[in-house]
Each structure stands twice: as structure tokens, then as C-alpha cells.
Design a protein. Sequence first.
Length: 189
Amino acid sequence: MLASTSLRVSLPDGVVLRPLASDDAASLAVAYARNAEHLAPWEPARPDDFATEGVQRLRIAGLLAVADAGTALPLVLARPTPASGEEIVGTLTISGITRGPFESADLGYWTDRALQGRGIMSAAVGAVVGIARDDLALHRLQASTLPENERSQRVLARAGFERFGLARDYLRIAGRWRDHVLFQRILHD
């Protein structure tokens, strides 16, 4: 698996892409609380205590365990702040890494409502494509979006993903099963 200490990518607006760390729980809880309304239409329904430090500490432990097992790479978008030193403003996760003849994984991501439209996520997804290809030696990366999430579809298109299908009732989002548009990027020809 990728050495987490070597991964740090500078993005627009002073944002940095870096591995999720065990001490990110408080900042991640604040980020989820700040973006709860913004993320609600695009994500699974969350329990009331989701945006708390305790729940995020447990989530981080689970994510770091699957990263240690080589089946995921959880990353965060962070930027410096005068008050707290750093705040998390989004996440990207390569998950479901499958080796052998498949050499494939899924990509999920979100960014802070206040930073949308600045090219940050496009730059981050572009960087993650390079990490998946060069550092993780994956052949294929897949992502999915709700059909109406045109902004996310544009991010994927800019990163070279191609639309390849529609999955009916693919994920339970905001409390109901939703169709998703499927995208893929072949990393090695």
C-alpha cells in the first residue's frame, strides 16, 4: 500500500490533499456538521450523532484498518486556518480495491459547499487518478453519481472518466434507493 507520509498534493486555494489521519476526528466532525444540509441529498441518511467527534473517531479507525489491509485509501482535503491550524474541507476515498485480474477500485468524494466551483475537486480527482495508476498500480477506477448531479459528472469528465452505464436502485441515498450513472477511467492501456 501507499506510504501515507509521502502523499501530500497542493491544490487550488491553498487546499492540500493528504491521507486521513487518526487525529482528524474533530475537524472531520466539524466539516460534516457544517455541510450536513449540503450533503444530505447526495449521501446515505446519517444518524443524528454522525457529525460528532466520537462517531468520526470510530469511522476513522475503520477506514484506517481497511487502508492497512490494502483495500482502501482514505484521503482528506484540508486547508490552513488561523484559529485551528487546519480544517477539513472534503474527502476522497478509493475503496473496494480488488487485486488479481481485476485491479480496480471505486472512487467517492465530496467538497465543502463554500469551496464548490473553484476547481479544487477537479484537481483532487486528477491527482487521485495519478495515485491510483502510479502508486497503487490499479488498472481501472470507477465512480457513480446520481443522474441529476451534473456538477460531479463534470468533475469526472474533466478527469478523463467515461460514462458506461446506469445502475438501477444502486445505492440508498437520503433514505431511498436511487439510480446512479456509472463512470470509469481505464488507467493502463
